[in-house]
Design a protein around this ligand. Structure first.
Ligand SMILES: [Zn+2]
Length: 312
């Protein structure tokens, strides 16, 4: 949760742990209370004009509701827009979280200056957000860019979305850790790591020359490169920006993804494509929500004519 201005600056922020939030209306209550406290204590002179929400999908944007969220329990069908609106008395704008982060990277981060870019987040899951021709692509319901739930292996592992073998069952941080755990005994490096593995430890193993860790990473980066090739052929972007926890690995992720993308995409499209890391890092989520609020508020102010454009 945060409070920011129209220039994308975050003026105050706090975080609530998802596990402690519960679900449904009680969770919205907690978020509203935390937001009010944040405003009162840290930015008492600010009068907020709009609220932006970045949420995992699927969404139903026309109703302002969440769908059946794969990663969160207790949120199915929640009318999140009307709940926040009723509690705060402000316009509330909802977007998919990866779409929101894409908008923030495009306005204020690593996608600035382009008219065509794709943002790919690799963390617990995999998602993407698309800017095409200088416009955010959201689709009918707000779910465009769900690249993480494209099936890459029909015989693959079950995915929490209900399908099987989705890209995120192969290439997310969770998938990297799970595959490394499955092959742990084959690897002297991984076997010696105390406690459960995470993606960062598997990258460490690959850097240390461990063949199993390298193979696990290779499988993930090949699949992400395939996804970049697909996105490049569909949208012909100038730049693909990688964010999320796993993207903090920098070139250890981006280098292999770039090489794989050149194998899978059409040479004319992937040959001149930039594949770069996020500029906003861990703030991409909250600044994504800010970008949604700022952008939609600007659009509404323009739509209601000159003279109504109050400054945020
Ligand atoms: Zn899935």
């Amino acid at each position: 949760l945060g409070v920011g201005d129209a220039g994308g600056r975050l003026l105050a922020a706090t975080r609530l742990e998802t596990a402690e939030l519960g679900g449904g209306e009680a969770a919205v209550d907690r978020m509203v209370r935390a937001l009010r406290r944040l405003c009162d204590e840290q930015v008492p002179d600010i009068k907020p004009l709009a609220v932006g929400i970045g949420s995992p999908g699927p969404l139903d944007l026309s109703r302002g509701e969440l769908g059946r969220l794969a990663n969160l329990r207790g949120w199915d069908g929640l009318p999140i827009v009307s709940l926040f609106q009723a509690a705060l008395g402000l316009p509330v704008y909802l977007a998919n979280d990866a779409t929101a982060a894409a908008l923030a990277e495009w306005r204020w981060g690593a996608g600035a200056g382009t008219t065509d870019m794709v943002y790919v987040t690799v963390s617990t899951g995999v998602g993407s957000g698309i800017v095409s021709g200088g416009r955010l692509v959201e689709g009918r319901d707000g779910n465009a860019g769900e690249i993480g739930h494209v099936v890459v292996d029909p015989q693959g592992l079950p995915c929490h979305c209900g399908n099987r073998g989705c890209l995120e069952t192969v290439a997310s941080g969770t998938a990297i850790a799970r595959e490394a755990e499955r092959r742990r005994r084959e690897s002297p490096y991984l076997a010696a790591v105390p406690g459960p593995l995470d993606a960062a430890r598997v990258f460490d193993g690959a850097r240390a020359g461990d063949a199993v860790a390298a193979a696990v990473i290779r499988r993930a980066t090949d699949t992400l490169g395939w996804a970049v090739g697909l996105l490049a052929n569909l949208y012909n972007p100038e730049r693909v920006v990688f964010g999320g926890g796993v993207a903090q690995q920098g070139e250890a992720l981006l280098g292999p993804v770039r090489r794989a993308a050149r194998r899978f995409g059409m040479p004319a499209l992937v040959g001149r494509l930039d594949v770069v890391g996020s500029a906003l890092g861990a703030e991409a989520g909250v600044r994504g929500a800010l970008a949604v609020a700022v952008t939609r508020h600007e659009q509404d102010a323009r739509a209601s004519g000159p003279g109504n454009g109050r400054r945020a």
